[in-house]
Design a protein. Structure first.
Lengths: 514, 435
């Protein structure tokens, strides 16, 4: 799929839910360039197949024992277990004081946290040497996901290790990365091999006390990726993680930690899919980024979790905490997200602008169709002098979708000369959806310049008329106009992702217009 | 709002006795008080009160203000501090009608302009729902306020001036003025509402005012609100507007006084084709905290709303704009814009702004914007290079910023009076900067 990249693949697989039939189609690989969206015949969610693999899971529910069990299964050192336990105990308190956030503009029945399986990994635990040894079902799954054969070969090293025991090695790329000193591995591996780095940075941006879902994640996170770019190194390729939830009734709790030392640069991609299930599944991930002096981190996400069906049954609850800290002067963190999936998205990728002259960026396209709900945006916390932030958010609502931009720009007393520009545009397709813009602007320094602009409208009749007059079908015209509306954000994405994002948008919109 | 904590309970108990009034009204008041006990007071966890803590108010042992205080007031003092606009003027002291200080010149034929207590059954025409604990307290405990009824097609040439003076000589007191304005179809009226601290006894008091304005079809109402309470006082007000079909309402809010002040404007578009223009200027200086929530609910189609609020914030002041526009399903053809601009004058000033848009219909045009900034250094340099002292240059630019709002106020006499008050506030800030 992505020639220049190294791909990690994480998955939770169990044998639960046997007998379910996947609805995916294998003939439209995700990464191929298809200009005609008509060819994507299937309007259903494409990545909704289920792969049956025997798995090793802990009992349903959450308790201190489950946390200990997860830690033991991962053979973690004591400090890691203690951190998890601290988080678990704090979470129990939060649960008691009903601290589960309710301020977001999303509605869902209460989550039964005792009805979730918190750890699940596939059974076979032997290292594999070649593609032939790979479980054919896993290979078939890669095919459905549209990951190329060449990539698969690389991946199956990666993926198999990742699936089998969550320790991943992509030998070819790993060497190339190791040559320049970049560490890119699964979180579990990092805990074993780089405990000093993990201990130093884990929780330094998102502490375990941060919020209800981040605390839950801190207690039970199963894996994730760890990325360390040493001083002065420009990462020679784009790094990529691919998340997938396969099992029924499991929650996915991964944790990503990216550290860019002085002057380092990395571009990081993240993609997600999940099978079709009629029950809701919880995904509570945490992403932490630390950028030291002069470092730059670019984080791109195309989120395509299963959104539920047209009546709003099933789908992923995507409750994610993502935050970066520009710890050093002149550092820069840039978030780009395309959110088309999930039944509910609750996500605010943020930047703490601590270093002087540091820069934070947030580019987002969020689409809600059918019964999807999204409450997403960002936080830009200006602390250092002459810090700058840019927010560009495009929201698209169709069907009965509810789309909320919620963003906070805070300029602290010390942030002399801080600047922010925010632009939020919403597009409404149909009369039953909603678009909401809720900015919070808090300024405590008189030299700051903060601007916020927003507009909401539907597609203009004259634009549609112009296209139709030239023989473009209404649905295609809408798709074209929507893509134009999002162009400024897509521009920020690496090329392969931009193509995928455009296509996803078209597919998600099918059946919603006209 | 959750169940009431002990602090809230004590607060309500001190105010306890619901005024005895005839029949249904007493039950209505009791229900409002029960609503408060049930829902408690808002906290910063309530989105609408995110930036305003009410605990400093709840910590003060307020008791209901008593009738008959004169607080050293005279008609001349009121002319000087509230402005002399000509026409009808109703004066209320701590929520009680002061007939001696009021004047009833030129009441047009058929119009009813009097105090609410003298009009039977009028309370029940007011709000039935309780937006928050303080408006509910007002419903429960209000003693008096203004009642204005403009008959069909009557055009009032002169403004109606309502002056609410509050003060206390010893214990902290609380008053709850409640007013009702009914502009029938095709009528035109201007209502000026001034809130003032008294000449003497400007101690700690809380003025908790509610005004409801109902516009008939095609009515035109201009409402001007000048809040210049004592800096030791607390002020909460709620202006609820229900525009009829094709009616037009313009509000000007100028908030200058109060230790903690919150003036809420709420517009419910239940009938099509109406227009509302909401203008506001707030100037928190020293340690003032001034919160300006606006809520506009577009329920009927083809309505238009325009909001422009400006903040000039100095000292350790905190200025808040919390605008909320909701476009309900079916409110097609809605045209709404919302803007908030803030000027920070000192290192310790703070601006919080939150222009919220919630849109549930598609054929609409909605936009909002917000800015926070400081005086333009180049403009100050320009003036200084022409021999203008720095403080004067700052004053000129600040006033120019505020003037955009002040110039919108109709009536020269009122405009110059308000501008003078605004400049006094600025000077309070200037002295602090120089000192």
């Amino acid at each position: 799929m992505i020639e220049r990249s190294i791909l990690y693949y994480y998955e939770v697989i169990t044998s639960y839910g046997l007998g379910e039939v996947g609805q995916g189609v294998a003939d439209a690989p995700m990464g191929t360039l298809q200009t005609d969206i008509r060819e994507i015949a299937n309007r259903e969610y494409k990545y909704g197949f289920v792969t049956d693999l025997p798995a090793d899971a802990v009992p349903r529910g959450l308790s201190e024992d489950v946390v200990r069990l997860i830690s033991a299964k991962k053979n973690e050192p004591e400090w890691m277990l203690n951190w998890r336990l601290k988080a678990y105990r704090y979470w129990v308190q939060l649960k008691k004081s009903e601290a589960e956030p309710t301020w977001a503009r999303v509605h869902y029945p209460p989550i039964d946290y005792q009805d979730i399986i918190y750890y699940s990994a596939p059974k076979p635990k032997k290292a594999l040497k070649s593609l032939d040894e790979v479980d054919p079902e896993v290979l078939a799954m890669f095919n459905k996901l549209g990951i190329s054969l060449a990539e698969q070969e690389r991946l199956s090293g990666v993926a198999m290790d990742a699936i089998v025991d969550s320790v991943s090695v992509a030998t070819t790329f790993k060497k190339k990365l190791a040559d320049v000193g970049v560490i890119f591995c699964s979180f579990s591996e990092a805990v074993q091999n780089h405990p000093d780095l993990v201990q130093k940075y884990l929780g330094s941006v998102v502490p375990y006390t941060d919020n209800f879902f981040a605390t839950l994640n801190s207690a039970v996170f199963t894996d994730g990726s760890f990325c360390f770019i040493p001083k002065g190194v420009r990462c020679p390729m784009e790094l990529s993680t691919y998340f997938r939830i396969n099992a029924a009734d499991t929650g996915q709790f991964e944790r990503t930690l990216i550290v860019a030392e002085e002057g380092a640069y990395v571009s990081y991609l993240e993609g997600c899919t999940a099978p079709v299930r009629d029950k809701n599944q919880l995904h509570a991930a945490v992403v932490e980024i630390v950028a030291l002096e002069g470092a730059q981190v670019k984080y791109s996400t195309v989120q395509n979790w299963y959104p539920g069906d047209a009546e709003g049954r099933g789908g992923i609850y995507n409750f994610v905490t993502k935050r970066g800290k520009c710890a050093g002067a002149r550092s820069k963190i840039s978030w780009t997200q395309v959110e088309t999936g999930s039944a509910i998205t609750w996500k605010y990728p943020s930047v703490v602008l601590q270093g002087d002259d540091s820069v934070g960026e947030f580019y987002s396209v969020a689409l809600t169709a059918n019964r999807q709900q999204a409450d997403t945006g960002t936080k830009m916390i200006h602390i250092g002098k002459n810090t700058k932030s840019t927010i560009l958010s495009k929201g698209i609502s169709a069907g009965f979708g509810q789309n909320t931009y919620r963003g906070r720009v805070r300029v602290g007393k010390s942030a002399t000369g801080a600047q922010n520009h925010t632009q939020c545009d919403s597009l409404l397709l149909g009369s039953t959806c909603g678009a909401h813009t809720i900015p919070y602007i808090e300024v405590k320094n008189p030299t700051a310049r903060v601007e916020h602009e927003a507009s909401t409208s539907k597609i203009r009749e004259d634009q549609l008329f112009y296209c139709r007059q030239r023989g473009i079908r209404e649905e295609d015209a809408v798709s074209m106009i929507v893509n134009g509306f999002c162009r400024e954000v897509f521009k920020q994405l690496p090329m392969e992702f931009a193509v995928e994002a455009q296509k996803l948008l078209s597919v998600s919109l099918e059946g919603c217009v006209g | 709002m959750g169940a009431m904590d002990t602090r809230g309970q004590t607060f309500v108990q001190r105010l306890s006795c619901v005024p005895e009034s005839n029949g249904g009204l007493t039950a209505f008041r009791r229900a409002a008080l029960e609503w408060v006990s049930e829902h408690g007071f808002p906290t910063t966890r309530d989105e609408a009160w995110k930036y305003t803590q009410v605990s400093p108010i709840l910590d003060i042992p307020f008791t209901p203000a008593q009738q008959g205080m004169d607080l050293g007031l005279s008609p001349g003092w009121i002319d000087q501090h509230a402005g002399r606009l000509g026409g009808v003027r109703l004066v209320f002291i701590n929520g009680f009608f002061a007939k001696g200080l009021s004047s009833f010149e030129d009441i047009p034929q058929g119009a009813k302009i009097t105090n609410l207590a003298s009009v039977e059954g009028s309370f029940s025409q007011s709000l039935k729902d309780q937006p928050n604990a303080f408006t509910a307290l007002n419903t429960a405990l209000a003693r008096d306020g203004a009642f204005i009824q403009i008959p069909k097609n009557v055009v009032l040439e002169t403004p109606i001036h309502l002056v609410f003076v509050s003060g206390t000589e010893s214990e902290p007191t609380m008053s709850h003025p409640r007013s009702l304005v009914v502009a029938e179809a095709g009528s035109t009226a201007t209502v000026v509402e001034t809130h003032l601290g008294a000449a003497t006894g400007t101690g700690r008091y809380l003025s908790n005012a509610v005004m409801d304005v109902a516009l008939g079809e095609g009515a035109v109402v201009t409402h001007i609100y000048v809040q210049n309470e004592a800096e030791t006082a607390f002020h909460l007000s709620h202006l609820g507007i229900r525009p009829g079909a094709g009616s037009r309402v313009t509000t000007h809010s100028v908030a200058l006084g109060g230790r903690i002040a919150r003036q809420e404007v709420k517009v419910m578009f239940n009938a099509p084709g109406a227009q509302a223009v909401l203008n506001g200027l707030y100037m928190p200086m020293n340690k003032q905290h001034i919160d300006n929530p606006t809520a506009i609910e577009h329920i009927a189609p083809q309505c238009e709303s325009r909001t422009l609020y400006k903040g000039v914030i100095g000292g350790q002041g905190v200025g808040i704009f919390d605008g909320r526009v909701v476009v309900h399903p079916g409110a097609i053809g809605t045209d709404s814009s919302q803007a908030n601009k803030n000027l920070l004058l000192s290192d310790t000033a703070q601006a919080n702004t939150r222009p919220r848009l919630e849109i549930l219909a598609d054929d609409v045009k909605c936009a909002h914007g917000a800015t926070v900034g400081q005086l333009d250094d180049q403009a100050i340099f320009y003036l200084r290079s022409r021999g203008v002292p720095v403080q004067v240059a700052r004053d000129i630019l600040t006033l120019a910023f505020a003037d955009e709002m002040l110039n919108l106020i109709p009536m020269t006499a009122l405009r110059s009076h308000v501008r003078e008050r605004a400049m006094l506030r600025m000077r309070a800030e200037a002295q602090e900067v120089i000192g």
